[in-house]
Design a binder for this molecule. Structure first.
Ligand code: FES
Length: 612
């Protein structure tokens, strides 16, 4: 039978299928929280033709206006010839989720297979063991020569089979049964993509049946209590095995807390999450796996492993299905990890013909350069300023954070995430704020806030009034006054110094890497900025403060959190993960530590000015 899906698709529906099953089979996003049981009220669609009578579930979960207008819960409606429906697009307000939604469009081939099996009941004539009878059915259905089963699934198989009257759903990976569930649970299959940053960890929950992104959450990496950057974490972990385990536990805890929050908010059971992909820098990768990091920080900077690794969730203590597969991205070198590989996979335009530079901005900033001579990558320690850390009023990009700043002689105009009172400043606000302060003459190219009495004659009184002597952190410039109920948000001399260190390290890294292949910045066809806050940076700002050497601003592009997008794409498609593994072996790793050209470039890159 034909079902029309507005705006412009006609799909096949089969006898006995629900509208939700038709949508899921055709990879059309529909919210499915209760596995089609009619209890969550999330799967509504709008009927334009063939509208059925409302069911009890419709009456319970939809308003009378919605019912009159033609909305119905898609899991409660059997498909019928000639039905015409319009899926209800789930609105996503989070700025990260909105950016991710379009970027993960990809063919579904994640490798996790849910198969519903009805197996013959045992009898005196058929005394095959429970697993034997399930195995025989699976061999027929899958048309393969072998199927194995994990002990975890085998142990519970007898009770699961009998609880579901011998109707069971098996979840398979590489022809191996990971788990068995009572009845038909084929509609509930989820995965998580994890981006472990030095400062923040982000986890996205994805429906593996429809490739729909359900939600992304992020939180400060709990390891930050033991050091702000990778070097301090390595030195802490190297002090004793117990301390290394403490760091492993801290990041595991951060990930589990985020997963539990996602589960709670979406109503999705943890055991239905069967796959997880992880991108991170090499140090975070090692600490997540509990590996020794001591040799990462001393020449010749050797990791325990650069390959990808596949483990079960129970081996790592991750709270998804215990047999859920965890795949970590391969590392390129000691300080260029799977997050760089993920960023390239998430922004594949950098692999096109021509010369392309990808900059993954974070506490540990990675640079990837692709030219006709091949691919190379290096990393430079930018510090946590871009993520709002070590900045007096720094905060992550969440409601209340200043994300954009405009300074004119009339004063300061700020844009705050969530349109509320400013409570701090995030990375994009910091970069633009300092660019605007420089252009307005509030700071000089050395980053020094001018003395309003001596050098402030060219400033309007409104701007002069915002410069205060401050405390031991030097002068400060007020971006937002808190009034009676809040505190002022300002940038002081130390904050500006932190940004100079971060941007100087990035700029010096770019000059050194590009110089190594004998091309100039002008020879680049594109500079792609990746990183959580990169999408919110303006090309004008980063060129003006010399974060990136001078180039035609039209060549500067942004790719959002490309590493996390790469993790999501690999979650949804096995070939993408295979490509990532292959890519990692082809990229030449460049070590900047001890490189004299880099040291000299670093000295010249601290000024807040355009640079060549
Ligand atoms: S009501 Fe939950 S999926 Fe339909």
């Amino acid at each position: 039978m034909k079902i029309t899906i507005r705006p412009n698709r006609v799909v096949e529906g089969f006898e006995g299928e629900s509208i939700m099953e038709v949508l899921v089979r055709n990879q059309i996003p529909v919210q499915n929280i209760c596995s089609g049981k009619g209890s969550c009220g999330k799967c509504k669609v709008w009927f334009h033709s063939g509208m059925p009578e409302p069911t009890q579930s419709d009456l319970k979960h939809l308003t009378s206006q919605e019912i009159d207008a033609g909305f119905r819960l898609s899991c409660r409606v059997k498909a019928e010839e000639g039905m015409e429906i319009e899926p209800v697009v789930v609105e996503i307000y989070d700025r990260k989720e909105a950016a991710f939604r379009d970027m993960i469009q990809i063919n579904l081939d994640h490798g996790v297979q849910k198969v519903k099996v009805q197996i013959p009941k045992p009898s005196l004539e058929d005394e095959r063991g429970d697993w034997n009878r399930l195995q025989d059915e699976l061999l027929k259905i899958l048309d393969v020569e072998t199927v194995n089963i994990k002990m975890f699934a085998l142990e519970k198989l007898p009770s699961i089979l009998r609880a579901g009257d011998f109707v069971v759903t098996t979840t398979l990976w590489d022809n191996q049964v990971l788990d068995v569930e009572v009845g038909d649970t084929t509609l509930t299959l989820y995965g998580v993509a994890v981006d472990i940053g030095t400062t923040s960890v982000a986890v996205s929950l994805v429906d593996l049946n429809s490739a729909q992104l359900i939600k992304v959450l992020s939180h400060e990496n709990e390891q930050t209590a033991y050091g702000a950057d990778v070097i301090s974490r390595i030195s802490y972990a190297s002090e004793s095995g117990e301390k290394r385990l403490r760091l492993k536990h801290a990041v595991k805890q951060t990930i589990n807390n985020l997963i539990n929050q996602l589960i709670e908010e979406s109503g999705i059971p943890a055991h239905s999450i069967y796959k997880m992909t992880v991108v991170s820098n090499t140090t975070m990768n090692h600490l997540f796996l509990g590996l020794d990091t001591a040799n990462l920080a001393v020449a010749p900077y050797v990791s325990v492993l650069n390959n990808f690794i596949e483990l079960s969730a129970s081996e790592l203590g991750i709270e998804i299905n215990p047999e859920g597969r965890i795949l970590t991205f391969p590392n390129i070198g000691s300080f260029v990890g799977g997050d760089t590989v993920g960023a390239v996979i998430g922004a594949p335009e950098v692999l096109e013909d021509g010369n392309h530079l990808l900059i993954d901005l974070g506490t540990n900033c990675e640079l990837f350069l692709k030219t006709s001579q091949g691919m190379m990558a290096c990393s430079t320690a930018a510090g946590p300023a871009f993520e709002g850390a070590r900045i007096t009023h720094g905060m992550r990009a969440k409601p209340g954070a200043i994300e954009a700043v405009t300074i004119t002689e009339d004063g300061v105009e700020i844009k705050v995430i969530g349109r509320q009172k400013a409570s701090g400043i995030c990375g994009s606000g910091l970069v633009e704020g300092i660019e605007q302060m420089k252009l307005a003459g509030i700071i000089n190219k050395k980053g020094k806030i001018i003395d309003p009495e001596k050098e402030g004659s060219s400033l309007s009184p409104r701007l002069r009034d915002r410069i205060r002597s401050g405390g031991k952190s030097g002068r400060e410039f007020v971006l937002s006054y808190g009034g009676k109920e809040g505190s002022d948000v300002f940038l002081n001399q130390e904050d500006i110094g932190e940004l100079q260190l971060a941007k100087g390290a990035v700029c010096a890294g770019i000059k050194t890497l590009v110089g190594m292949v004998g091309i100039s910045i002008q020879d680049l066809d594109s500079i792609v900025l990746a990183g959580t806050f990169a999408s919110y940076l303006k090309a004008r700002s980063i060129l003006e403060i010399g974060l990136v050497p001078n180039i035609n601003p039209e060549k500067v592009k942004t790719a959002g959190n490309a590493a996390h997008v790469g993790a999501m794409r690999a979650l949804l498609n096995r070939t993408v993960f295979k490509d990532a593994v292959e890519l990692a072996t082809k990229v030449k790793h460049i070590e900047l530590g001890g490189n004299k050209v880099f040291t000299s470039n670093l000295m010249k890159s601290m000024y807040l000015e355009r640079t060549n």
